[in-house]
Structures are given as C-alpha cells and as structure tokens.
Design a protein around this ligand. Sequence first.
Ligand code: SF4
Ligand code: SF4
Ligand code: FES
Length: 289
Amino acid sequence: MIILRIYRRDGHYDVHQLDIKPETKLLTLFEQIRTGIDPTFAFSSGCRHGICGSCAVKVNGKPVLACKTEIGSFRSGVLRIEPLNSESPKIDLLSDFDGFYRSFSSFPDFLEPNGRPTKENFLPEATRCIQCGICYYSCPSVSYDKEFSGPAAALKQDRFLSDPADTITESRLEEAVGEVYRCVKCYRCTEYCPRSLDPEKAIENIRTRCLTRKEETIGTFHTKALFDSIYHYGKINETFTARYLFGFWGSLPLILSGLPFLFKRRVRLRPVKAANLKEIRRLLEMEND
Ligand code: SF4
Ligand code: SF4
Ligand code: FES
C-alpha cells in the first residue's frame, strides 16, 4: 500500500491510497489516476523512454523522470509529488520552463565552423542532454540568481569550447567568464542528472579555460589572489588578497576599516603561516600540474 500526495492546480494536495506493485513506473501511475480517478489531472510526457525530457517531477523533494522511476525505489511509503519547478507551477504537475529555455538562448548554442573538420569521432557528452531541466531547477545558485544560465547551459558551452572546428572561442569565453563563478560547486546538477552527465565538470572545464586566458577578469583575478594567498600562508589572508586585487593605495581604505578588529585582536598585523604549509603547497602544485 502506498500513499500519494499529489500537487494540484490550486495549491492543495490530492491524497490517494493505492495498492500498487513496487515496479510500477511513476508515469504509469499518473496515467492510471487520470484514466480511473480524475480525468482533469495534468502532467507531461512524450516518449516514455527517458529521451524527450518532458516528464520530470519532484518526489519527496528529489527530481526524477517519471517514466524511468519505479514507485518502489523510494524508501518511504508516502510520496509527495510536485512539479519540477515548484516555485512557479503552471497547472498540477506541469512546470513553467521559461527560465530554463531562456538560459539556452542567452549564448550562441550552435557551431560557427571554420571549414576544418572537427576531431575524428568527436561526440561530446553534452549531446546526450535531453533538456529535462532537472539540473537547472535543482541548482541553488539559479534559485537565488536568475542571471545565472545554469548547469545545462554550461554543459553546452563547454561542448562548443572543446570543439576545434569552432571559430568564436574567445567570445564564448568572454560570456562564460561572468557565469561560471556563480556556481557554488554543490554537485547537485551532477548528482540528479538522469543521463549521468556531469555539468559541474563542464563548469570546472570552463573555469580552467578562463584562468589560462591572457585577458583577466575580476573573477579570474580573484581566484588567482586566493590561490596565491593560500600558497604563501596556507590559508586565505584578507590583507594579502585586498592588496593583490586593489594594490597598496586601493586597498588602504579596506585595511583601515579592519583596524577595530586589529585592536580587538581578531586579526593579526603579521599573518601567521599554517603549520603544514609545505603539505598545502605540495597539494596546490599537484593540482596545478
Ligand atoms: S544536463 Fe542532465 S539534468 Fe541537465 S537538462 Fe541535461 S539531461 Fe537534464
Ligand atoms: S554544482 Fe554549480 S551549477 Fe551544479 S547545481 Fe551546484 S551550484 Fe548549480
Ligand atoms: S516521457 Fe520522455 S523522458 Fe519521460
């Protein structure tokens, strides 16, 4: 016996108590409810095989594809089923996907070919993305920063940046550099992707490319400042980072604003180096290789 609490259009939850086999797919269950219990129940599906990406919902807060998920795969006997984008549900389990689709049109998602053939057998992982929106709507950075185009868009950007047949790498990087530092590296996108793709790794790849570019931005410069601070002291030193970023005169107002903390002995005039500095440097050097 399973208890379902399903989100409905006016914000209430329908409760169904059903005797159902654990291997039944969520989507089959939705269809049974619509056919046998409530013909007004709305949800979305297309392929029934995890290809079209249209049936994503949240079950007890976890985003899944309804056509690929068995009822018995959840530990709890009570399932709370909600639309994927529960911040702005459209109707029943249908989500408003505008934000997700807009994120794709915020940069050129097509190849600008240079006439050269692409690498032999070049078939990037990103082509397996089914645009289900799961990574986008489970990303904490997207939820509080609507300017961030999100993990699926980064996966696509990385796909074009890795293609040797593309000609606009520099302008792609120019756009990406303002984006990738918005990710807080929580790995949710990678954890929940139903196609086992790794959008976080794509963001990491783009960050590495940005850092090796000649032209620096505040994002890459800040990263280098933090890196150098850890390399010198084994930890982040605010005075060092401020001087690195703004120079001596530029950082003076910031340093002066920290004077009360100096008097309260909350910060030290001479930064103390970490005891295991050698080990920290060795790890940083390994990471840099
Ligand atoms: S990367 Fe994965 S979770 Fe994100 S839209 Fe593509 S298939 Fe869905
Ligand atoms: S790793 Fe970054 S992009 Fe992925 S869900 Fe977390 S914050 Fe979002
Ligand atoms: S119905 Fe197409 S992915 Fe589920």
